[in-house]
Design a protein around this ligand. Sequence first.
Ligand code: PAF
Length: 287
Amino acid sequence: MKTRNGYARGALTVHSDPAALTAVTRALRGAGRKIVLVPTMGALHDGHRELIRHARKVPGAVVPVVSIFVNPLQFGPNEDLTRYPRPLEADLEACREEGVELVLTPQVEHMYPPGSQTRIVAGGLGADLEGASRPGHFDGVLTVVAKLFHIVGPDVALFGEKDYQQLALIKRMVLDLDFGVSVVGVPTVREPDGLARSSRNVYLSAEDRERALLLSRALRAGAAVSAYGADAVLERAREVLAGLPVEYLELRDAETLGAPVPGARARLLVAARVGTTRLIDNVPVQL
Ligand code: PAF
């Protein structure tokens, strides 16, 4: 049944105008529905589908919402903004197949109208790890996520653990700035051979894809020797990565991403260049 507000229960409705979507989600929330958001930059793969499946399983009368927006603010000047894949029709078909009810596809001018200048600043953690080689990246991520939270008004928002630092920073922002949103991390979806699913995997040649497997292999090998302590974990992972241009390989506390605490949950994180593509991955480690 299609409502006057641009929503049809059980079917997909696409909104490009953020204000129109806000009106719909507000009305639905008022009617007791739970708004669950999966923010994406499109090029949807199995990792995104898994996020949507998790979204649909959130208890309550859920309205699954996906945003598709390639956010220019989170790309550096020499990054892949212009060549980033934008297969909108295939993305909408994936959303339809997964039972998404609302999709937001704003234009850049909708999100950043002329004169836009206010930004969220990620702080110290935002300049570490990914932030060290991608200055300003997390300010861009947090700014767009804050805007999406305001536009969609979700009760719950889901993010992949593949971008673990991003997830930690979004949780921090929600606490620091009192967003009443429950942020949930979903485990990384992997190819059968271990490669973490990523929209950037399409850039890998057959040869690069083989070398890319070193990331997940190194992480698994490191995590397997966690009983011997942090140094052993890092040494083992480093051995597997030998020959690959690694940007960082770090073992951090799973909550704060500060120094790992013996006995606490930790996270082993890696970033490396494979051919022209920069890949990241991480796994949990119990020290
Ligand atoms: O993880 C992503 O795809 C993006 O960083 C996000 C969270 C959609 C913000 O643009």
